[in-house]
Design a protein around this ligand. Sequence first.
Ligand code: ADQ
Length: 746
Amino acid sequence: MKRILLFILPILIIVSAALTIFGIIQVKYEEDKLMDDLKRKAKTVAESVELSARYALINNDLKSIKRLAESFQKRERMQGCVVYDKEGAILAITERISGWGQKDKPYVKDSFNARAARGGIEKFGDYSVYSYILPILGDDESLLGAVEVVYDTSYLFTTLAVLWKRISITLIILIVSIIGIALLIQRQIFILPVRRLTQWFTHFQKGELEKLRPFEEKGEFGKLVSEVEQVALGLRVARKAVSEKAHARIQKEEAWTEDKLRDLIHAKLGENTFIVVSNREPYMHVSNDISGTPKCVRPASGVVTAIDPILRACGGTWIAHGSGDADRKFINSKNKLGVPPEDNRYILKRVWLNKEEEDGYYYGFSNEGLWPLCHVTHTRPIFRETDWQMYKEVNQKFANSVLEELPAKNPFVFIQDYHFTLLAKMIKEKRPDVTIALFWHIPWPNPEVFAICPYQHEILDGMLSCDLIGFHVQVHCNNFLDTANRLIECRVDTEKFSVIRGSRETFVRSFPISVDGYANVKTTKAETEKIESIRHELQLQDKIVAVGVDRIDYTKGIVERILAIDRFLEKYPQYKDKFVFIQLAAPSRTHIKRYHDLIGEIDELVEKKNWKYSDGIWRPIIYLKRYFSPEEVKPYYLLADICIVSSLHDGMNLVAKEYVSSRSDSSGALMLSRFTGAARELTDAVQINPYSIEEFADAIKFTVEMPVEERLRRMQNMRKIVAENNIYRWAGNIITELTALNKNQP
Ligand code: ADQ
């Protein structure tokens, strides 16, 4: 629109100015002409009555003088006539202008004195009239009197107004025609070809190759189109080649690596894009509190930790809520950007939510309702109808965003977590051909617990629109199958582990999530230096160091951990001044009261326990409350002799696996809550019950005193498990399972 205006505006200005100047000249000319005409008429009429007036004045024939004035009564456009005696007194006046007699008329005296006729525009009430006064002289040139002819001038202005109106209408018609013609030209030479090119690209993007028509554009635009076609062709050929090579390679390799996953995805999905949906975005742009400068951060989230390496490996599109305050500054017109910022490997599409939506859908229904419902930690779930309505609206918003991205054939969508239980159903309403998997990152409770939820049927109905639902561990799958069996009408096939409703079958599988890890990556020189500087800064020399890394969440058992450390030091005072626990804690969901209160509770507890043991410079608990980038977290894993994970309930817990994965020399020990999914795989961890502070404290002592050989053996076993079952295997298994369900797979 701006471009059209730039093109049309100068033409419009020139045409309007020209027509206005022409109008002014034309009107002026017309006005002068009409005025001349009027003057001439007035003079002629006055002269035509001069003789009879003269005769009547000489004879003082008042009757004739009156008749003369009356004879003007019927004349068109003329107001009337006045006859004066030689003193300037009125002898007769046309009745129509009888009021004219009262008007003060100094020009009468002037005309008498000069013995000359005089014409001019005069005011008469609300009107203006033209008066022409002609002195009448006797034979001896003596003044006998005068006749004055008064003309109405209003018709003159009416004529000029009509003229202006005509000129204005012409101008409007001209402007409309110019705009119309310009739009037509612009459409023909610019919009239509661009639209054809855009459509061509949309078909190409969606893989609708049969709809691609060759272009017939000529000239400069034709050249551009031809270049675009070449690039697209190159891309298609490259994708095909990658897909074929990938097929060949996945048959060979054994261990799951980034490359193997990439090959699998290229082989299974062919030319299609892999679409992932989650609430939390993998890269967030936030402004610095003080300088306001935006920077890119990776949020502290298990989902991000797990899925980012997969998309880095195989490309695709990740659709997520744009929650960073500077997020809008870094997107293109389709709300997309390439990430990671320093080395674009895949596309992040941001979906915008307003405060109300975020409150109801994210803080309310997802995190005050579903999160406590699924984690059995005795925090009461809160279900509000308004939150549920917002949750539905936001699911629909994400569904619309996904639908925009779907390719024409064999689309695959991979949904993350409890924020999107209704998404699959909404997508399938428009595109029943999409194959959808949902991964549930948190635990699934038993049917009695889930039945608390007032929206249980809609949630299960939405989830069962998926083709595949994944949980971390088998017990969560079993709970889900039990829940479906008990709460909705369906058939559960315990052989195939699926739920059948009507013609739809949803497979339920366990896929224990993992990390890409730092496995087999030797500690770098920079990391060693960083470790030394932390040791020095936090005075950790000669200390036994334990670490905890968590989002601040009541499910993570941070309070219980601090209480257990306190009990450990109370019970085994020989470790005073020798044992230090470092807690890295990223505040999260701080708008929710329960989380806000927890932050205060932990602050207070750390303060209290440190004060209790304060003795010189030793503090048993070092509490670092902030977000750390993955690169910042790693040195803490490397310097810690023990990592403590004490979740009260956790889907998997990636911190445990990150710690194991980072210990490339197989040193270190892991204490792991038996209520995490990870505890089922990492059986060589020291398993704890965080609810039993006494047992927990003893377990710390046990771990601290564990012989080196035993530590080594346990860590080696755990490292083997994490290395074999890494995030690439996790994703590979899901994609293999998912594509096996799709009848049209390549
Ligand atoms: P989360 O509840 O977020 O994940 P978790 O699996 O422990 O929990 O992952 C947390 C991630 O955040 C880790 O990568 C960790 O390094 C990082 N992190 C923690 N504290 C941090 C800090 N202070 N600064 C920076 N980063 C920090 C959910 C489920 C889990 C499940 C995962 C993945 O609750 O049960 O394991 O999803 O499915």
